[in-house]
Write a protein that binds this ligand. Sequence first.
Ligand SMILES: *Cc1c(COP(=O)(O)O)cnc(C)c1O
Length: 376
Amino acid sequence: MMEDKRGTEVWIDPEAVRANTRLFRDVVGSQVKVMAVVKADGYGHGALRVARAALEAGAGALGVATVLEGRALRDGGIDAPILVLGAVNAGEAEAALEMNLDVTVFHDAWWEALVRAAERLGRRVRVHLKVDTGMGRLGVTPAEALQIWVPRIVNHPLVKWQGLMSHLACSDVPDTLPTRQQLSQFLEVIEAIRASQTALPPDIHLANTAATLRFPGTHFTMVRVGLGLYGAVPYAGAPALTPALTWVSRVTQVKRVTHGFAIGYHHTYRAGADETIATVAVGYADGYRRALSNRAEVLIHGRRCPVVGRISMDQLTVRVPEGLAVQPGDVVVLAGRDGAAEVTMEELADWADTISYEMLTSISARVPRHWDRFQS
Ligand SMILES: *Cc1c(COP(=O)(O)O)cnc(C)c1O
C-alpha cells in the first residue's frame, strides 16, 4: 500500500498496550475478565493490532462499536469473544451472527430482527442485556429488564444469555455520588434476578477504565477497558499507565521574521520581536485540531515550542526558542516523549477544550501508523 511520506506519523508501542493490559489484569484479579475495548479503530491506534496485544497480555474479550468493526477483527483472525457495544442496524443481524459477534439488546424491534436472523440461520445468538441505570443512552429500565427482558431471553431456545451490563456516566469525575447511585441500581437488578431463581449470565459488567481503577465494587465478572489500554489518563491522580502512542511530524521550512511580522490565516499572531518560525507538516486535516491554534506546544529537540498563528488544513507554524538550531526535516513531537520532555494527550486535549478520547480518535486516516516504539 502507498503510504504518505511527509513524516507525519503515529508510532504505537505494542509493549505499552501489553503492560497496560497487565496492569488492569492485576487490578481486577484472576476471577474477573478484562474486555479490551477497541472501537473506533482502537481509539485511533489500529484495532487489530491492539486487540492482538491485549489478548496476548491476558484480555479475555473485545468490545467494538459496530458490526463492521467486529468483522475487521474476525477477518484479521481474531477468535476471542467480541461484543458489539453499540446499536446495530436490523439489516446487520445476520452478519453479526455469522461472524459470531455478541450483541447488546435493549429494544423490541432489534430483538425481533435478531431472533428472526437466528431462526433463519439456525444459529444461537449470544446477547448482553443492557440496563440503563442512569446514563440515559442505550438500555432498558430496571423494571423492564426484570418483567420483560430476562424472561424473554432465558426462554428463547436460540438465545444464549451471555451478559448483563450497564454503563456509568460519571466514573471519572470527583463527585462519586452518581456512580454509587448507578451501582446500587445495578445491584438491585442483580438481586432481583437472583431472587427469581434465574441463573445469572456469565458476564456481568458495569465498569469502564475509570471505574475499574476507582471503584472495585463495580468489577463484577468483567470490566470494559478502553482508554486505559492506550495509556491515556482517565482522571487526575490515576495510577501510572504507559502512553502507547507517539505522534510526530517534521519541519518543512525555517525562517527568520522581523518584529511585527504576521503569521498564517487572518494574521492571528504577530512576531513580538525578531523571531525564528518553523513550518510543520501537520494540520487539522490530520486531526491536529484548529482549536489548538496559538495554544498548543510541540517538542523539537526536546524543547517546547509554541504553536503560533492559525493551524491550517495541512500545516502549522511554531516559534523556535532563540538559540535552538532547527532545520527542515527535524522531528517535531506533537504528543509523546522527546528525551526528558513530554507533551501528553491530556495536555493537547486541555488546550483544545476537549478530552483525550476525542484527540486520539481525531487523528485522521491519512496519518500512517507504525506498530513499534518511537525512537527519536
Ligand atoms: C467505550 C466504552 C467503554 C470503554 O470506556 P473507557 O472509558 O474508554 O474505558 C466501556 N463501555 C462502553 C459501553 C463503551 O461504549
